[in-house]
Structures are given as structure tokens and as C-alpha cells.
Design a protein around this ligand. Sequence first.
Ligand code: HEC
Length: 131
Amino acid sequence: MAKGVKLFLQAVGVLAAAAVITWAVIAAGGTTGGGGRRPSGGAAAAYNGKAVYRQYCAACHGVQGQGYAADAAPALNASNPDLRAAYDQQSLAAFVQVNMPANQPGSLNYGQAKAVAGYVWNTLGAGGHGR
Ligand code: HEC
């Protein structure tokens, strides 16, 4: 009996600790704010894919995503079927976040990568439509 009570109290203690940890995680998440940390749609909305592209990609891949032979940067528009064979919009964002810009890989946050992938895929036409 006494042993049962002790076990019960231990279980309560574990639950209480878990509740504190959960609370701490929620509190921390609530204060870190947007940035590129949250893989939700909200982060991407903060960035303009066209602006990100012009600033970080166009110099190598061309303003229209036509590519640039001199530095071997491939086309990022409908003229490049290899791209849409290898990626979808989401995996393109993941690739870009890790590997591009080639001269500074990993410098874009998730929101920027997601926004620029949307621009490349839909507006420049890498997804197979558009120009
Ligand atoms: C300094 C030049 C440079 C910049 C800036 C740059 N790229 Fe690239 N990119 C390259 C080169 C070179 C390749 C081909 C070699 C490679 O895949 O690493 C490439 C490849 C790619 C590919 C094709 C990957 C594949 O598997 O076929 C994608 C998609 C891409 N870049 C997207 C972007 C985006 C989006 C940006 C802007 C955030 C960007 N790049 C900025 C030079 C650049």
C-alpha cells in the first residue's frame, strides 16, 4: 500500500515536470517570433520571392531565370525540364535553403527560401508553365 502511494506520487512528479517542460517550450516558441524558424505558411508571407530572387539569385541565374552559361548556373524557368523532374516546389525550397546562393550557401532563412522557390517555380516557370 505504502509502496503504491509512493509510486503514485512519483508519477505525479513526472507529470508535473512534463507540464513545466511543455509550458517552457510553448513560452519560448511564443517569444522567438517569425524569422525563418517556423515551417509554416506565415514565415513565407513575410518575404517577397521576386525581391529575394533579384537580390540573391539573378546575378548568376539571370533576371528571367534564363541561366548564365559563363558561370554554369542552370536556367530556372520552363526551359529546364531537368529541374521539375528533380524537384517539386517544396524540395526546391529545401535545396535552395541549404545550397544556394552558391557563393554563400545556407545564408537564406526558411521564409526567404520558400518565397524564392515559389517565385522560381510559379513566376519564372520552373514548374513547367509560364515563360
Ligand atoms: C554565385 C552564383 C549563384 C548564385 C548567386 C545562385 N546560384 Fe543557384 N546555382 C549556381 C550554379 C553554378 C549552379 C549549378 C551547380 C550546382 O548545382 O551547385 C546552381 C544551381 C542551382 C539550382 C539547380 C540545382 C539542380 O539540382 O539542378 C537551383 C534550383 C538554384 N541554383 C537556385 C538558386 C536560387 C533560388 C538562388 C538564389 C537564392 C541561387 N540559385 C543563387 C550559381 C548560383
